[in-house]
Design a protein around this ligand. Structure first.
Ligand SMILES: C[S@@+](CC[C@H](N)C(=O)[O-])C[C@H]1O[C@@H](n2cnc3c(N)ncnc32)[C@H](O)[C@@H]1O
Length: 146
């Protein structure tokens, strides 16, 4: 974080919320920015996000959700951004393909529908993508402009 930046973290798992809350008090690096970090506990679909963020980063496992959930979450995050700000998220490249190849029909259909939702948003929003080979496992990172 740069000086003056603020950060809102949304996390559904109460244990992770407690852990992050604790780290913001105890970790020397995080303590320095703790007064500019807000933890918003709950599902991103339920949290009341203000408008006007300069950037959003999602670590949500979209490939595990159903298409309607992914669609709703992408809409919520894109709506919370300032015009031209970017929403970034990633998928693990090999895992995605492996899951598709090994899934039975209902699961396969669910994943294909999720992919269609993501592809639709990529088409309707200016999108950059980058392949991060050095990540374990390698990942595609997508940046959608609001
Ligand atoms: C793959 S982990 C990512 C961890 C870390 N935030 C990151 O980006 O590296 C996904 C996290 O999203 C949380 N989560 C899952 N569904 C969520 C939702 N609808 N809203 C907010 N958090 C959610 C899970 O509890 C989990 O901690």
């Amino acid at each position: 974080m740069r000086p003056g930046d603020t950060l809102d973290l949304v996390e559904a798992n109460p244990r992770f919320v407690d852990w992050m809350t604790e780290l913001l008090k105890t970790d020397p690096q995080l303590r320095r920015v703790a007064d500019r970090v807000r933890i918003l506990p709950g599902l991103v679909q339920d949290v009341d996000l203000p408008d006007g963020y300069h950037a959003a980063v999602s670590g949500l496992p979209f490939t595990n959700f159903d298409a309607e959930t992914v669609s709703g979450i992408l809409d919520i995050l894109l709506k919370a951004l300032q015009p031209q700000a970017r929403l970034s998220f990633f998928t693990y490249a090999a895992l995605r393909r492996l899951k598709l190849l090994t899934s039975r029909e209902p699961e396969y259909v669910r994943m294909v529908r999720v992919e269609a939702v993501v592809a639709d948003r990529m088409e309707s929003h200016q999108t950059d993508r980058e392949f991060v080979l050095s990540n374990l496992p390698p990942a595609w990172v997508y940046h959608l402009r609001a």
